[in-house]
Design a protein around this ligand. Structure first.
Ligand code: SAH
Length: 362
């Protein structure tokens, strides 16, 4: 197995090329072929000397990940299952909507946060992704676009907790947003976090223009501890303080995500508490009706409960939207395809892992 091309970075590739007695600018050509021209084969990089192309192909692997499954929904949503070198799998999704082409990417194999309703964390965390494994997802997804199209938006809402792998995420985002990379606007990149205050502050101090979304899911610690177990070690107050700091440092309004689980956190009382918590803050709430996960006991809220929840928040002066459902028939909610594949594989394996299904919350 060779070094993956992207893992060198442009600077590293320049040194690599130079060490082989070629002018450094050839590295820029290669980078351009990869990011701008979506070329996936060294031999097709026609303005690079043929002998250098051969050397590149001999010593570097174009990708460290490969697409092992691809699903397309009627609404155009396209979901890829990627296999990593250690045979682990991750998911990423392309969501076309009007003029937008949004990529949703993963940052970890599995997740260690343990949110009870989420498919990604049910088997815990396997490992962090390396930064080029994060970036390769974007390149695989951009290949699914029409030639004249470009990725316009990026949401880090796939598997894993992005802020628990911040260093790798930042390196990947550098190339996602660099003019010599994919050239996305920083403002069109959303990082969704369970809410790790120290990491939110670290990100804020970098004064980048990424958009932060905090997965709150409950208006009080007692309830949040049950839905988002990591909260017992953090607490909502510390998260809100860190999010306020983020706003202060970056000028970017924070979004609070709130997955609505029927009969658990979707009542009028919770809406009132959430309204009080966020009233007066420059914040936006994105309500996400629960996406079914096979084996989990949770359900989506009724339409009436959803409408009432929104109305109450608006009465508190909080801006609120409901996340549209995309790609539901291809199980586009994070972690579901990987889980489905793993469970299929289990039918043939002898040593089966236990599937952790949290006890019903009600
Ligand atoms: N670890 C990050 C990214 C998770 S995925 C975070 O916690 O924000 C992005 C969002 O989808 C999170 O708000 C997550 O809680 C939510 N989510 C996970 N599983 C879901 C499901 N089955 N239905 C609806 N939303 C879900």
């Amino acid at each position: 197995m060779n070094t993956p091309l992207l893992s060198l970075g442009l600077e590293g590739l320049m040194s690599w090329v130079e060490a082989r007695n070629w002018p450094r600018f050839h590295a820029r050509q290669v980078w351009r072929w990869v990011f701008v021209r979506r070329c996936r084969d060294f031999s097709q990089m026609t303005d690079v000397p043929k002998r250098l192309r051969e050397e590149l192909a001999d010593h570097l692997d174009f990708f460290s990940t490969r697409v092992v499954r691809e699903q397309r929904a009627k609404d155009g949503t396209c979901k890829l299952l990627l296999e990593l070198r250690d045979k682990e799998t991750i998911e990423c999704v392309l969501i076309p909507e009007q003029e937008r082409r949004t990529a949703c990417i993963s940052t970890q194999v599995g997740c260690g946060m343990g949110c009870v309703f989420c498919a990604s964390g049910l088997n815990g965390l396997a490992r962090n992704l390396d930064w080029w494994e994060i970036l390769e997802q974007l390149l695989h997804l951009s290949e699914r676009l029409a030639p004249a199209e470009r990725l316009t938006h990026l949401v880090v809402m796939g598997m894993g907790e992005p802020l628990a792998n911040l260093d790798n995420l930042l390196l990947a985002l550098r190339w996602a947003t660099d003019q010599q990379g994919l050239g996305l606007s920083q403002r069109h990149v959303t990082i969704s976090t369970v809410g790790l205050p120290a990491k939110i502050r670290q990100l804020a101090d970098l004064q980048l223009s990424y958009h932060l979304a905090v997965s709150l899911h409950a208006p009080n610690d007692e309830l949040r501890n049950r839905i988002v177990p990591i909260n017992a070690r953090i607490g909502i107050a510390a998260i809100l303080e860190a999010a306020d700091y983020f706003f202060q440092k970056t000028g970017r309004q924070v979004t609070y995500e709130y997955v609505l689980l029927r009969g658990i956190n979707d009542g009028a009382e919770q809406a009132r508490q959430l309204g009080q918590l966020l009233r007066g803050r420059r914040a936006h709430v994105n309500l996400i009706p629960f996406n079914d996960v096979p084996g989990l006991p949770y359900r989506r809220p009724s339409d009436a409960a959803l409408a009432e929840f929104m109305t109450i928040l608006r009465h508190h002066g909080v801006s609120v939207t409901v996340r549209k459902r995309k790609g539901s028939e291809i199980e586009a909610a994070c972690g579901q395809l990987r889980r489905q594949m793993r469970n299929q594989a289990k039918e043939f394996s002898v040593a089966t892992e236990p599937i952790v299904v949290p006890a019903s919350m009600v």
